[in-house]
Design a protein around this ligand. Structure first.
Ligand code: 4NP
Length: 157
C-alpha cells in the first residue's frame, strides 16, 4: 500500500475532520502505513479542545475512539509537510488555496473529489443534531474506504 501523509481539514477541527482522521486511522491501522495522519481547522476558535461530543459519540458507536484528539489550526508548514490536504467542503478548500504557497497548491483537494470523484461537500453539522453527525460519519466512512482502495492500487506521486 502507498502511504501518503494526509491532513484532513474543516472549519473548526472539532466535528468533521477529527472524525475523518479517526476513521482513516482506524482503516489503515497497520505498521505498514508510514505516512502521518492528522487533522486541522481553518479557524482557531477551538484550539486545544477535544472533538465535539456528538462526533465522539458517533465514532464510539462505530468502535472508534477520537476523544484524545485535540483541535489545532492549519499552519504554514502543513503545506510543505503533508502529501495530501483534503478539505471537507468547498469553502474550506477556497480558504486553503488562499493560504497555500503556489508550489504546494496541487496537494489541496476536496475530500469527496479526491476520494470518490464526486464534488459534494461534507456538510457542517455544528448547528445540527446527532443525526447530522451520523450522516457525516457515513459520508466520511465511504470516502475513507475509497481512499484506502485508491492507495492500494494506484502509485502515489
Ligand atoms: P467543523 O464544525 O468545521 O466540522 O469542526 C464547526 C465547528 C465549530 C464551528 C463551525 C464549524 N464554529 O463556528 O465554532
Amino acid at each position: 500500500m502507498n502511504t501518503p501523509s494526509i491532513l484532513f481539514v474543516c472549519l473548526g477541527n472539532i466535528c468533521r475532520s477529527p472524525l475523518a482522521e479517526g476513521i482513516y486511522r482506524h482503516l489503515v491501522a497497520s505498521d505498514a502505513y508510514a505516512g502521518e495522519i492528522a487533522s486541522a481547522g481553518i479557524g482557531g476558535w477551538h484550539v486545544g479542545n477535544p472533538p465535539d461530543n456528538r462526533s465522539i459519540l458517533t465514532a464510539r458507536q462505530h468502535g472508534i475512539d477520537i476523544s484524545r484528539q485535540r483541535a489545532r489550526q492549519v499552519k504554514p508548514q502543513d503545506f510543505a509537510t503533508f502529501d495530501l490536504i483534503l478539505a471537507m467542503d468547498a469553502s474550506n478548500l477556497e480558504r486553503l488555496r488562499a493560504l497555500a504557497p503556489a508550489e504546494n497548491r496541487d496537494r489541496l483537494h476536496l475530500f469527496s473529489h479526491y476520494a470518490t470523484s464526486t464534488d459534494v461537500d461534507v456538510p457542517d453539522p455544528y448547528y445540527g443534531g446527532q443525526g447530522d453527525f451520523d450522516a457525516v460519519y457515513t459520508m466520511l466512512f465511504s470516502g475513507c474506504k475509497a481512499l484506502v482502495a485508491k492507495f492500494a492500487i494506484e502509485p502515489f506521486s
